[in-house]
Design a protein around this ligand. Sequence first.
Ligand SMILES: [Zn+2]
Length: 176
Amino acid sequence: MPKINSRPATRIGYGFDSHEFRAGIPLKIGGVKLDHDRGLGGHSDGDVLLHAITDALLGAVAAPDIGALFPPSDAKWKGADSIVFLREALKRVRGAGYAVANMDASLILAAPKIGPHTSAIRMRVANLLAVTPDCVGLKAKTPEGLNLENAAIAHVVVLLQASRNTSRGKKRPRRR
Ligand SMILES: [Zn+2]
């Protein structure tokens, strides 16, 4: 029988999310409040980037996705701070014996311009993931030719590495 590798040294995760812009609500991206006349509606506080990161983390350890863990139909999550979801995903990552190595994201939105806020968002996300800002990639693009002027989209990949401390206490197999 082939040997099954139950705990690979690295794991990859991918997350996607989209939200519609709505007037009269604050705009939050990557846990940072941005000055804009519209915010992102839908699930919780609409933080499209944190949702995609959360799903990437959950996917990397094959956990249920954000919609299954925090159903948008549950009034409890209306307007909720998305950091709560990210923290749960990180708990599951740690529980599986992994830590975040790095992540990379593409944000697609017509406005506001993300450039001036890139370093603030990267610092905030790095802090949440317990990595250094140089392990958080963030690219913002406008939706050229997509006819999606009223949406914000996030694609995220994360790489996890097996954390050293989980093997502590485990006996090494004896060599014969
Ligand atoms: Zn979302």
